[in-house]
Design a protein around this ligand. Sequence first.
Ligand code: TYD
Length: 205
Amino acid sequence: MVALSTGALIVFEGIDGTGKSTQLALLSSSLKKEGYDVITTREPTDGKYGRQIRALYSNRVSVSREQELDLFLSDREEHVNEVIGPSLALKKIVLCDRYFLSTAAYQGAAGFDPLDIIERNSFAPMPDLALLLEISPEESIRRITEKRGDLLNDFEQLESLKQVDAIFSAMQLPYIRRIDASKTVGQIHQQISIAVTELLQQLRT
Ligand code: TYD
């Protein structure tokens, strides 16, 4: 096993349809092959709050936007306490599909101040690297409906996706690395690998 001096939290962010889950799986297997201790996880989680959130997908109007934000924050708190925190303490690499920048962007688009949302996440460890996968909102919708064959869920309508995209685009944080996700799967993986290798070189013992 390759030893790191601390754990590493690497999160995947971006609007829907950017290929986060595919890229997370590719990164996980390449890091494991290199001998790193990796765990993969996602938000919303499969815990009690995450399951409530998933139930809202088809019926967002059933809770207020405050209740919705509270659910995402409660889900994250549980996730940090039960999975992310303990894994980082064991110096693992944690790969997480969505984290608090998603809350800033999506609940920001729902009317909250994105900076206030980030502030309300101060209980959550800051990511070492946030890979922000970027495609246009139009491409996002095209991929969701054509490629996945999915119906859009209530978080994924074009106008709100444009607002979400605008918030992600405006974010300026030192740990964000922007990735052009309009490229092929292999090219995107390569951009991600470069960013991750840079980070891990700093963290190796
Ligand atoms: P997504 O990663 O698309 O999950 P799945 O692959 O299971 O559909 O996330 C589900 C939706 O939840 C997505 O449209 C974004 C939204 N979301 C928020 O609005 N706020 C948050 O804090 C998070 C983590 C997700």
